[in-house]
Design a binder for this molecule. Structure first.
Ligand SMILES: NC(=O)c1ccc[n+]([C@@H]2O[C@H](COP(=O)([O-])OP(=O)(O)OC[C@H]3O[C@@H](n4cnc5c(N)ncnc54)[C@H](OP(=O)(O)O)[C@@H]3O)[C@@H](O)[C@H]2O)c1
Length: 300
């Protein structure tokens, strides 16, 4: 009988889409969630087995991993990220899993033993990759670039709606953001047949790298209204985000560093890994905005 695939962070952005895709394609899926709520109920209604527990809890991880051969590890950005990774990896190793798919970040490819970034989360990802590589587990690292869903949807929708502006401190830097659903699609595809992917690192971008004026043009076409890019100064932008109380300190520091790296053109990256793995090209800005047009226009 087929063993279930474990998806951690399953109530979140990548996890829930990965669960859905895997179930639709006929896989058995077990989801680790932190608590039972409407999100876990939705997963359960799809036929996903629900395990409630914390990634930092050894006993919860045994309950989650036992009987699974394939594991996706991902969780929300957090100061506990490295501990959670090693906790999950230690248990996965004990249960002799045949694939451990780890989500990381593309910036890890620009980091080394002598050079990290000021983002605490990026440093934790780099360390987590090192620990997983030392672990002897059959690991696949998936390193997406920035998600369209973060800077270009959650953090920009209200200024687009109210002022027709994307107000971000990205300077003239180019960027190739990716839709989270494409990242989830890559992860689901790897988990379905991990053999050929073990030991590989995949770097995921959207279909083109362009400056923010190019991004704004795609927004304008998709929404049928002129949307312009306003290159706002970094510190007031950071302060406003801090004062909004929307983000814990760790996540704020991470996003603020990402914005600086964008100014430095460190996100000018382009790969074809999404299409190579899934056979389908990633969504571009235009198609992403069309899909979320309701949210940009009315917030609903
Ligand atoms: N956003 C980007 O631009 C971007 C770009 C590249 C890579 N990434 C990477 O993508 C990953 C985040 O994926 P995502 O967006 O799917 O995450 P997410 O939606 O922010 O969070 C996933 C889930 O993690 C759960 N979680 C947090 N702490 C936990 C714990 N201690 N035990 C159990 N569950 C816990 C949360 O549960 P609750 O909901 O119950 O709190 C949440 O549902 C990170 O590794 C991030 O670095 C993100």
């Amino acid at each position: 009988m087929q063993s279930p695939i474990l998806i951690t962070g399953a109530a979140g952005t990548i996890g829930h889409v990965a669960c859905k895709l895997l179930v639709e394609r006929g896989s058995k899926v077990r989801a680790l969630v932190r608590s039972e709520d409407a999100r876990s109920a939705k997963l359960a209604s799809l036929g996903v087995e629900i395990v409630v527990g914390d990634l930092l809890d050894l006993h919860a991880m045994h309950r989650a991993v036992e009987g699974c051969e394939r594991v996706y590890f991902g969780m929300a950005v957090s100061p506990s990220y490295l501990e959670a990774t090693v906790n999950a990896a230690a248990v996965a190793k004990h249960h002799k899993v045949s694939a451990f798919v780890n989500i990381s970040q593309m910036t890890a490819s620009q980091m080394s033993i002598n050079s990290t970034t000021d983002s605490p989360q990026q440093k934790l990802h780099w360390l987590a990759e090192q620990a997983l590589n030392w672990s002897g587990l059959p690991v696949v690292h998936v390193r997406p670039t920035a998600f369209l869903d973060t800077f270009f949807l959650r953090l920009s929708a209200s200024s687009i709606r109210d002022h027709g502006q994307i107000r971000l401190p990205f300077g003239n830097g180019k960027t190739s953001p990716i839709a989270s659903e494409d990242v989830a699609r890559v992860i689901a595809t790897i988990l379905e047949n991990p053999g050929p992917h073990i030991g590989k690192i995949y770097e995921l971008t959207g279909p083109r790298s362009q400056d923010m004026n190019g991004v704004a043009e795609e927004f304008s076409k998709a929404l049928g209204d002129p949307i312009t890019y306003v290159n706002v100064p970094w510190e007031p932008w950071r302060k406003q985000l801090e004062n909004s109380g929307r983000l814990p300190r760790h996540a704020l520091s991470h996003l603020a560093t990402m914005a600086l790296l964008k100014q430095q053109n460190r996100y000018d990256r382009l790969t074809s890994d999404v299409e190579k793995i899934t056979g389908k090209p990633p969504l571009g800005v235009y198609d992403f905005v069309l899909r979320h047009a309701g949210f940009y226009m009315t917030g609903g």
